[in-house]
Design a protein. Structure first.
Length: 330
């Protein structure tokens, strides 16, 4: 069966799960398929599972969530496409992957935008965060509803060759990034070779030498086993990119206003719950990496890295200037 035919069939099946069981839309029964590329136990997966239990309890089982972790339904790009057409109802995805679809989201993808993770929490929890979620929902091309933000800490470089202690150590390294022009330009500005690649391909590419390294947060580095292939993890913390929990707009419109409000309520609770899970998971990840003999490099002075990515800010920053000022003022 051709892939496009499979997606069409899946879309039909996805829509079927939302068919009303009586004449009133409020009586719609549904099992929401929720996709995530991360494994069972990962904070984003656990938070959505908890959200599903709350939703099922509140509706006496009328609404529920079935999670599909570990990229069971495809890599990020594929699951975004399936969510857009309604084959998948819920999707946890990086803001880095949403930026090319909803340009306004790219503001949070700028390197060294946030002073620290705590500042990113203020963005997520406040007016700016809500406005950006609404930009996703309002986008005519996205076909997604922005439900909530989820923490993913700070991203740093790791590689198979040598420790990165200065910009000179980045020179010539083939480094995987999310498929977003901002990230490719960022790595190139640092002297590396930015390579866009699906998350599901990173581990095998590290093993075979297709790439020299990648950049991600500690839990992704460890719990996707990248640390077994790339022993050098340098805390550049060049990006603090939040995750986004999205809903298929096609499936969303089949829900009553009351059910939509209920999903949003539990999504907001998931946003805060995931943050607490993340703190513990990140600590565990770093301990596991150290125990495995990985070299964790502290970067005391990040200013040379910040200065090097100025061309990225010059190229992309002006159009987001108003929102950047609001975020940096938090």
């Amino acid at each position: 069966m051709l892939r496009r035919d499979f997606i069409k069939l899946s879309a039909g099946l996805g829509a079927a799960t939302l068919a009303p069981i009586s004449s009133g839309r409020a009586q719609t029964k549904a099992v929401f398929k929720a996709a995530d590329v991360q494994p069972v136990g990962y904070p984003t997966v656990a938070a959505v599972e908890s959200m599903g239990k709350k939703l099922a309890e509140a509706t006496q089982g009328r609404l529920s969530i079935q999670t599909y972790p570990s990229a069971q339904l495809g890599a990020e790009k594929e699951t975004i496409e399936q969510t857009q057409i309604g084959a998948i109802q819920m999707l946890r995805v990086s803001a880095g992957a949403v930026g090319p679809i909803v340009d306004e989201i790219n503001v949070v993808n700028m390197p060294f935008l946030f002073k620290n993770v705590a500042q990113s929490w203020k963005m997520m929890d406040g007016e700016v965060g809500q406005e950006l979620l609404e930009k996703i929902t309002a986008s005519p091309n996205a076909n997604l509803v922005g439900l909530c933000w989820m923490d993913s800490g700070a991203r740093s470089f790791y590689n198979t060759k040598h420790p990165i202690k200065s910009i000179a150590d980045v020179h010539g390294l083939k480094l995987r990034v999310i498929g977003n022009p901002i990230f490719i330009d960022m790595v190139n500005a640092l002297g590396g070779n930015g390579i866009a690649m699906g998350y599901d391909q990173v581990f095998s590419s590290l093993q075979t030498g297709v790439i020299d390294g990648a950049e991600n947060n500690p839990p992704s580095y460890v719990f996707s086993n990248h640390y077994t292939a790339a022993k050098y993890y340098s805390l550049t913390e060049h990006l603090i990119i939040p995750e986004i929990l999205c809903f298929s707009k096609r499936s969303w419109t089949a829900l009553s206003a009351d059910d939509q409000a209920l999903v949003k309520k539990f999504a907001r609770e998931a946003q805060l719950e995931e943050r607490e899970l993340w703190k513990k998971y990140e600590t565990t990840a770093m301990e596991k990496a150290k125990a495995a003999g990985c070299e964790i490099v502290e970067i005391a002075d990040k200013k040379p890295f910040q200065d090097a990515v100025k061309p990225v800010w010059d190229k992309y920053g002006p159009k987001y200037q108003a929102m950047i000022k609001r975020i940096q003022a938090l």
